[in-house]
Design a protein around this ligand. Structure first.
Ligand code: ZN
Ligand code: ZN
Ligand code: ZN
Length: 161
């Protein structure tokens, strides 16, 4: 089991600039490999999501984007978000109706999103065995699983200290 979370990102303060650069670099590589186009708008939305480790909502993104480009329409943001999610570059945090950047988009992973209720940072942790167990359990009662999302709210190590 590989841990998606790396100690570098869960510890604050850390050099967030390198997280941001890494995420954008990986995004370019992933798009290149998959033959997808990371247009300037898609890249900018990803960059905005990467601004911090807090999940960011579509309205908040629209506000920032609108300030930069008065002609920006909600549909532009939603399409860019759909693209980024499909490419695996961004994950939706369902319980917050918001988005986080994936810091490991280059690798296949099934993760749980850990949400700190104090600092509101959200991180991924690999949870593949849990997914497999739940899929197997559901199949055992003839239920065909399609989509599972796991989110865990709690207190991060920084806030607990
Ligand atoms: Zn960071
Ligand atoms: Zn991810
Ligand atoms: Zn915290």
């Amino acid at each position: 089991m590989t841990h998606v979370i790396d100690s570098k990102t869960i510890q604050h303060p850390h050099n967030h600039k390198s997280c941001l650069q890494q995420a954008l670099h990986v995004a370019e590589q992933v798009c290149h490999q998959k033959g997808l186009r990371l247009t300037p708008i898609r890249r900018r939305i990803l960059e905005l999501i990467c601004t911090s480790h807090k999940a960011i909502g579509a309205y908040e993104l629209l506000d920032i984007f609108h300030a930069e480009d008065a002609k920006a329409k909600p549909v532009t943001i939603y399409r860019a978000l759909d693209f980024l999610m499909e490419a695996g570059l961004v994950h939706k945090v369902e319980s917050l109706n918001a988005f986080i950047a994936c810091l490991h988009a280059e690798s296949q992973h099934k993760s749980v999103i850990l949400i700190c209720t104090q600092c509101h940072n959200a991180y991924e942790m690999d949870a593949e065995p849990i997914y497999e167990q739940l899929f197997a359990l559901s199949k055992s009662i003839q239920f065909t699983p399609h989509y599972l999302t796991l989110e865990l709210q709690g207190i991060c190590s920084h806030c607990a200290a």
